[in-house]
Design a protein around this ligand. Structure first.
Ligand SMILES: Nc1ncnc2c1ncn2[C@@H]1O[C@H](COP(=O)(O)OP(=O)(O)OP(=O)(O)O)[C@@H](O)[C@H]1O
Length: 229
């Protein structure tokens, strides 16, 4: 039996700005992603990859089309409802780590789960930080951590709620090659352990080949959609 779909989008559009200043960023995207699939999103700078990720992850509302993510009709939800639907279901890792500077590594991971009502946020945060090799850095603040360590904290924060769906937008963009490689290994390993669906934006053709499928975006449209192996 085919895996159920985690994402189903039809004729998805995104237009930002008003009147003469409006820009058509996504111009009719059709995309199905099966549960557990690992998908690489490629395309030139400015083609709309991050914008597509923002819509698929519920950070941005589509201007038109239909979109179902993890069983939720995202097109029917307002911003608050989208935020609620994201919680615990969708993990996001970005190029910039976006850690809160006044919180320790453990607090950065635990706090979003606490806000979502988790009763065991502390132990889960610790376990996830141990899983990404930071068990010895729980009490460190972001400024006391290297870039690679900060991205591990961000990865732990994304993974700790056990999301069904993980988005990573150039997660190695701010890291040197070796450190970036370690982060990708960890991301793939943690994903494999949880069976989550992963969508990763990358400019790295070698990394794309490790995914199940490669989708290329050009000028706000899907230019190609092929199996990677
Ligand atoms: N808030 C906004 N208002 C108007 N235009 C925007 C806005 N956000 C993004 N854009 C434009 O939308 C287009 C797509 O941007 P997006 O960041 O999705 O591209 P990308 O493929 O992820 O690029 P990169 O690889 O450089 O990160 C770009 O032309 C960008 O300038």
């Amino acid at each position: 039996m085919a895996s159920p779909l985690t994402i189903s989008a039809r004729n998805l559009t995104l237009t930002l700005g008003q009147g003469d200043a409006s820009v058509e960023i996504l111009r009719g995207i059709d995309l199905d992603v099966a549960t557990g699939e690992v998908l690489a999103l490629l395309g030139p700078s400015g083609s709309g990859k991050s914008s597509l990720m923002a819509v698929l992850s519920g950070l941005e509302r589509a201007s038109g089309g239909t979109i179902t993510v993890a069983g939720e009709d995202f097109a029917a939800l307002d911003e608050d409802a989208l935020a609620h639907a994201r919680r615990g279901r969708i993990g996001i890792v970005l190029q910039a780590f976006h850690l809160l500077p006044t919180m320790t590594a453990a607090e950065n991971v635990a706090t979003p789960m606490e806000l979502a009502g988790s009763k065991d946020a502390g132990p889960r945060a610790r376990a996830e930080l141990e899983a990404v090799g930071l068990g010895h850095r729980l009490g460190h603040y972001p400024t006391q951590l290297s870039g690679g360590e900060q991205q591990r904290v961000a990865l732990a924060r994304a993974m700790a709620p056990r999301p069904q769906l993980i988005f990573a937008d150039e997660p190695t963009g701010n890291l040197d090659v070796a450190t970036g490689h370690d982060i990708i290994e960890l991301l793939f390993a943690r994903r494999a352990e949880t069976g989550a669906t992963l969508i990763i934006i990358t400019h790295d053709a070698e990394l794309a080949k490790r995914c199940d499928r490669i989708v290329t975006i050009a000028d706000g449209r899907i230019a190609s959609d092929t199996a990677a192996k």
